[in-house]
Design a protein around this ligand. Structure first.
Ligand code: HEM
Length: 417
């Protein structure tokens, strides 16, 4: 027998999604006492699900496809059109290698070093400034670091515009109206710029180091033995640069966490890598960034007595899984120590997706994200001191992506002696 799935009796819930944001799926799971329900969003039936078991199901490649899962409006802003996020099977695995091979220990170490150097370059100006908005500063620091690491030339005069564009591509994902259009403009400009750089490398006008992302994207061969066309090469290179800049948000949230829990600031000043890692994991778990992921049912199947029809759009709740009380004790408490005995589950901590890196869609940049966060936090706790002046220290649970609203203003920045 097939169990009826909790089904919402509304014509369409798109408005509720915009109103409830990160809590849209968790709210309904709670009121139905289930971790799965069906609703309608943007005019189609959608199954929403949450939790570890749901995550494991979502990453079963026999059951789900990414083809046609991401709406065009997301591809025209966040992802880029027809890139890795929407690929399946062997073609996807081959493309995934392209990203994973950039993540060697040596290259990750280099990313940490570059990140630290770029933060240090900011310090003299900060010391003289009356105040700085950390969110804006971090964007520029990470844009410089990302381009340097990837081998992409970046003029000092263009840093701000490029950094803003990378962030605006991300900032558009939950937006309708101006923020969406801003994201489209940013992507057009970004792709035009990076496409030119790809051409320059291919024509030999610009030298690219062999182990950089620029080289990898310019000379990657697809399964058919051909290079990516320059459009796709630029989109995939942006799929490295843009998310490196997006780590800004986790850094801003880290500084908010340090402000709200000052004991951790003291603790980090004395800490080794282990505690930096635990703290960074808790920031990724606790704060809202990605709300959910989407895939479509490849072939109809039944799971836990519930029918999944072929083609159905299925959303996996990221935020709710990261706050699931079955997985996390006191999930709404910011508590890095919880990672002291975490077993490294593939489907419980999913701020950047779950499952396997090589065979599935889990974010290939997760290690890089942790390195950049740790290097940044190391600088912010061990190398400088600052004050947090009066400001609105809130973030929305509805705006997607959520960001610390004030941008985290800091002042009285000094060397930490
Ligand atoms: C995929 C989040 C950083 C490159 C993803 C996914 C999420 C995510 C949720 C989707 C997983 C899925 O579809 O199952 C984040 C967040 C980041 C971050 C929150 C930090 C701000 C990075 C970095 C890189 C990167 C630093 C590259 C250096 C990618 C790529 C994909 C991806 C290429 C597509 C993978 C695929 O479809 O196989 N990320 N990511 N991300 N991420 Fe990240």
């Amino acid at each position: 027998a097939v169990t009826p799935i909790p089904r919402e009796q509304t014509l369409d819930n798109s408005l509720a999604l915009l109103k409830e944001g990160y809590q849209f799926i968790p709210n309904r799971c709670q009121s139905y006492g289930a971790d799965i329900f069906e609703t309608r969003l943007l005019g189609e039936k959608v199954i929403c699900m949450s939790g570890e078991e749901a995550a494991e199901l979502f990453y079963d490649k026999e059951k789900f496809t990414r083809k046609g899962a991401a709406p065009k409006r997301i591809q025209k802003t966040l992802f880029g059109e027809n890139a890795i996020q929407g690929m399946d099977g062997k073609a996807h695995e081959h493309r995934k290698q392209l990203f994973m091979k950039l993540m060697t220990e040596e290259r990750l170490q280099r990313l940490s070093e570059i990140t630290t150097e770029e933060w240090r370059r900011k310090f003299p100006a900060w010391q003289k400034a009356e105040k700085v908005v950390l969110f804006q500063e971090a964007k520029e620091v990470l844009c410089r670091a990302a381009c340097r690491w990837a081998g992409v030339p970046l003029e000092e005069s263009e840093v701000k515009e490029r950094a803003d564009d990378f962030w605006d591509m991300v900032d558009a994902f939950g937006a309708v109206g101006p923020r969406h259009w801003q994201g489209r403009k940013a992507r057009k400009r970004g792709e035009a710029w990076i496409k030119k750089v790809i051409h320059q490398v291919r024509d030999g006008e610009l030298k690219a180091d062999k182990n950089t992302a620029l080289f990898a994207m310019a000379f990657h061969r697809d399964l058919n033995g051909e290079h990516l066309d320059s459009e796709m090469a630029s989109i995939e290179l942006i799929n490295v640069l843009r998310p490196l800049v997006a780590i800004t948000n986790f850094i801003a949230f880290s500084v908010l966490a340090l402000h709200e829990h000052p004991q951790y600031r003291n603790q980090l000043q004395e800490a080794d890598d282990d505690f930096f890692e635990m703290f960074s994991q808790e920031v990724r778990r606790y704060y809202p960034f990605g709300p959910f992921l989407g895939a479509r049912v490849r072939r109809g199947f039944i799971w836990n007595d519930i029918k999944f029809e072929k083609g159905r759009l299925v959303l996996l709740d990221i935020y709710g899984t990261n706050h699931d009380p079955r997985l996390w004790k006191e999930p709404d408490k910011f508590y890095p120590e919880r990672f002291g005995d975490w077993n490294g589950g593939l489907f419980d901590l999913i701020p950047q997706g779950g499952g396997e890196y090589y065979k599935n869609h889990r974010c290939p940049g997760e290690w890089a994200t942790l390195r950049v966060m740790k290097a940044s936090l190391d600088f912010l706790t061990k190398e400088i001191t600052y004050q947090v002046p009066d400001q609105v220290l809130s973030y929305s649970m509805v705006r997607m992506p959520s960001v610390p609203e004030s941008g985290m203003v800091l002042n009285e920045i000094q060397k930490f002696e």
